[in-house]
Design a protein around this ligand. Structure first.
Ligand code: SF4
Length: 66
């Protein structure tokens, strides 16, 4: 079963550069600008969970995909 990172928009204040971008080992997280929410590319995500552990607002969480 694969794990994927998901974003909870209600927890992300969308007012700063996403700090989790730099911990993703595969570059799966991008952000258009500092006032936009980060976007997680599910095709690239390997489910390592680093971004979820790193986000100070707990806005990124892991889900299991069938
Ligand atoms: S779970 Fe790992 S691979 Fe997936 S977006 Fe987060 S840091 Fe990147």
């Amino acid at each position: 079963m694969k794990k994927l990172a998901k974003l909870d928009l209600n927890r992300c204040p969308q007012n700063h550069g996403c700090p989790s971008i730099r911990v993703c080992p595969v570059g799966a997280i991008t952000q258009k600008n500092r006032r936009s929410a980060p976007v997680i590319d599910e095709a690239l995500c390997i489910g390592c969970g680093k971004c979820a552990m790193f986000c100070p607002r707990k806005a990124i969480f892991m889900v299991k995909e069938d």
